[in-house]
Design a protein around this ligand. Structure first.
Ligand SMILES: *Cc1c(COP(=O)(O)O)cnc(C)c1O
Length: 407
C-alpha cells in the first residue's frame, strides 16, 4: 500500500498518469507525488519501530506496487567523525556511509526502485549512460530482475566499474567521451534498440530511491534535521531526492518545516556547472566545457535536473561550492586516515567544502554537519599508486628502515 496520487512534470507541473510508464515530460524530469494529507492522517512515526532496517521502511511514500527487486538495501550507518571535525574546529561532523550498500555505492538505492518499476511495467531491456557506479548498480539489479542491460560509460571509467558491470552480464561499451556523449547514444538508440532509458532523471523512480537517504537522516537524527548537508553533486539526484523527502516528512507532520538543513552542492573546480549557475543567479546550467575530475561520479558537464538542484539549494539558504581538483586526493587520504572510513574522491570533495565553509565561518563550530560518503575509495583503486616498500624474507630485514617509516 502506498499513497502515490499522480506524477508531475517537474518544470511545468503537468499532471500525469501514475499507472503508465513514463520517461521525461517535454524533456524535463518527472516527479512522483503522494496524497500527503491522507498519509498524514494514516501514518505515524511509531510504525517504523517494528520494521526492517532497510531502505524500504517507509514504503507508503515509495512508488512500488509489486514486489521490490532487491539485493538487500540496508539502512546505512551515520557515523560521528570527531577527528575530522576537530581538524576544522567543528564539533558535530557526521558521515552517512553509503559505501555499505549493495554494489558499494548509493546508486543502488535509485536502481532498486527504478528497476523494480521498469519490471513492473513489463520492460525487458534497459540502457544507461553512466560515469561508473550507476552502471554497476544498474547491471546488478537488471541481472536480479532478469532484464537485459546495455551500459555506456566513458573509456576512462574506473576499472572496478567496468569489471562489475561486465560480470553482472550487461552489454558494456566504452565511449571516447564523457557521460553526456554516452547519453546521446542511449537517446539515439531508443527506437532501433527498444530499450528503456534508466539514466539520471530520464524516468521518475531513481529519484524516489535516492529520497530514502532523506528519510534515514531524519530518523537517525531523531526527527531533528542537521544544520548543513554536504552533497557531492553530479546529476544531483540525491540532493533533489533528500529535499523532496524532507518536505514530504514535514507535510505528514513528522518534521518541523521551519528547521530544514542548508543544502550544499559540492563540485570540483574541474567540473562545476552547478556552481557557475548558482554564482550567476541562473536557474539552469550551461554545459561545462573540458570537464575533468578524478571524482568520476561528479564529472557531469550537462545537468538535466539543474533547476531542481538550484531551487533546492536556494530555498534551503544553501550554497554551491567548487573545491580544488588538485587537492582531492589529499582530502581522501586525510579523511580516510583520520576516521577509518574509506572516502571516495567525490566525498573527499565535500571534505574540501567543509574546510572552505568552516574557514569562512559559514559553518559554525557547533552546527551539525553531514557529509555523504557515496561510495568508497575501494571503487577507485586506479587513483592511488601505493608504491609500497618490498621485503625479501630470505634476506636480513632492515629494522632501522622499518622504524624510520613510522608516522
Ligand atoms: C553518482 C555519484 C555521485 C553524484 O550523485 P548524484 O546524485 O548523481 O549527483 C557522487 N558520488 C558518487 C560516488 C557517485 O557514484
Amino acid at each position: 500500500m502506498n499513497f502515490v496520487s499522480h506524477l508531475e512534470g517537474a518544470l511545468n507541473g503537468a499532471r500525469l498518469d501514475p499507472y503508465t510508464q513514463h520517461t521525461t515530460h517535454e524533456e524535463r524530469p518527472i516527479l512522483v507525488r503522494y496524497d500527503l494529507d491522507t498519509a498524514a492522517k494514516k501514518l505515524n512515526r511509531g510504525l517504523l519501530r517494528d520494521r526492517r532496517q532497510d531502505m524500504w521502511r517507509l514504503s507508503e511514500l515509495l512508488p512500488l506496487r509489486t514486489q521490490a527487486v532487491t539485493l538487500g538495501e540496508n539502512m546505512t550507518p551515520l557515523l560521528p567523525c570527531p577527528e575530522l571535525g576537530r581538524s576544522y574546529g567543528l564539533h558535530n561532523v557526521w558521515v552517512k556511509d553509503e559505501s555499505t550498500l549493495p554494489t558499494g555505492s548509493f546508486k543502488s538505492r535509485g536502481q532498486a526502485v527504478a528497476i523494480s518499476m521498469a519490471k513492473h511495467f513489463g520492460t525487458t531491456r534497459v540502457a544507461i549512460s553512466t560515469a561508473g557506479n550507476a552502471g554497476g548498480a544498474m547491471a546488478a539489479y537488471a541481472a536480479r530482475a532478469g532484464l537485459e542491460a546495455f551500459v555506456f560509460m566513458p573509456e576512462d571509467t574506473p576499472r572496478v566499474n567496468q569489471v562489475e558491470t561486465v560480470l553482472a552480464g550487461a552489454n558494456v561499451f566504452l565511449v571516447s567521451g564523457l557521460i553526456d556523449d554516452c547519453g546521446k547514444i542511449v537517446r539515439e538508440g531508443k527506437n532501433k534498440m527498444g530499450w528503456f532509458d534508466i539514466s539520471t532523471l530520464k524516468e521518475p523512480y531513481r529519484l524516489e530511491g535516492k529520497k530514502t537517504m532523506g528519510f534515514e537522516i531524519a530518523e537517525q537524527f531523531g526527527w531533528k534535521l542537521p544544520d548543513v548537508i554536504l552533497y557531492p553533486t553530479g546529476g544531483g539526484t540525491g540532493l533533489i531526492g533528500m529535499w523532496k523527502a524532507f518536505h514530504e516528512l514535514a507535510a505528514i507532520g513528522w518534521l518541523d518545516s521551519t528547521r530544514m538543513p542548508r543544502m550544499v552542492a559540492v563540485q570540483s573546480d574541474g567540473c562545476a556547472p552547478v556552481v557557475k549557475a548558482f554564482e550567476s543567479g541562473n536557474r539552469f546550467c550551461e554545459k561545462f566545457e573540458n570537464a575533468e575530475t578524478i571524482a568520476r561520479g561528479i564529472r557531469v558537464p550537462s545537468v538535466i535536473g539543474d533547476f531542481l538542484i538550484l531551487d533546492a539549494i536556494r530555498e534551503s539558504q544553501g550554497r554551491a561550492v567548487a573545491v580544488r581538483e588538485d587537492r582531492i586526493l589529499e582530502w581522501v587520504k586525510k579523511a580516510t586516515s583520520l576516521e577509518g572510513i574509506s572516502f571516495c574522491p567525490e566525498s573527499a570533495a565535500c571534505v574540501g567544502a567543509l574546510e572552505l565553509l568552516a574557514d569562512e565561518g559559514w559553518i559554525r563550530p557547533d552546527e551539525h554537519v553531514v557529509i555523504f560518503n557515496c561510495a568508497s575509495a575501494r571503487k577507485y583503486v586506479d587513483i592511488v599508486d601505493p608504491r609500497l616498500p618490498k621485503l625479501d624474507p630470505a634476506a636480513a630485514i632492515d629494522w632501522d628502515a622499518i622504524a624510520a617509516s613510522s608516522k
